[in-house]
Design a protein around this ligand. Sequence first.
Ligand SMILES: C[S@@+](CC[C@H](N)C(=O)[O-])C[C@H]1O[C@@H](n2cnc3c(N)ncnc32)[C@H](O)[C@@H]1O
Length: 221
Amino acid sequence: MRMNIKEVWEGVGAGQRHWNRCPAVKKNEELIDRCLEKIDIDTEGSIVDWGCGGGYLSRRVGCKKVHFVDIVTEHLEGLGDKNADYFDEIEVHDVSDNIQLDLSGEIEVLIAFSILYHMPSLNYVRGVVEEWERIQPKYILIRSLFMEGPSWESPYAIYFNYLRGNLFNKNEFLSMFPSYTVLLDKPVYGVGGSLNDVHGTFQHGLAPHSSRMLILERRND
Ligand SMILES: C[S@@+](CC[C@H](N)C(=O)[O-])C[C@H]1O[C@@H](n2cnc3c(N)ncnc32)[C@H](O)[C@@H]1O
């Protein structure tokens, strides 16, 4: 399974989608700006950008150090040069075989934009969230699609060269974060103002779902 999702994303990368500053990336940059108005981060610190694409969202945050996390090895290799003007320090982490990161120091913010619904199963997402809970960033910024009804898992499928959207209930997702509270939870819209049917979510007669932006803040207790 892991090998398959890596191959899918190598194919997406070959089309340069999300590794150039396409309209979908620009939309996410705007949403990152909205998140930054709500949070208080030390720009001397570090970012973890999970499913980083070209790294554009991290550039927006402006911290000194970034950990770019992705599953396309070849693409990760180019990120250092591409982003050299924006950070003092860049580390890349290939999570195609192992989702545990070897990090040191405090993480100010973890970005997970347009990535959770591309993960292959809710179980996989649970493993990733466990790793985020271990890393303990001060803030976690999320953009994803969430179901308003019960959990739903897509059978593994490739749709327009993407992994078809894997959706799950927002409250179930949030219950995986014992160390965080929700600072912001808002519906957001994609390019053109609607959910993007490239994720294949319209084909299944799904219960209502929405694209949302979440800010989770680490508890201090
Ligand atoms: C839709 S793009 C989003 C890029 C960026 N976050 C943005 O919002 O502009 C998804 C990115 O996540 C990567 N990716 C896909 N599945 C992943 C996984 N399981 N773990 C980490 N990265 C993954 C892809 O290679 C791609 O770079």
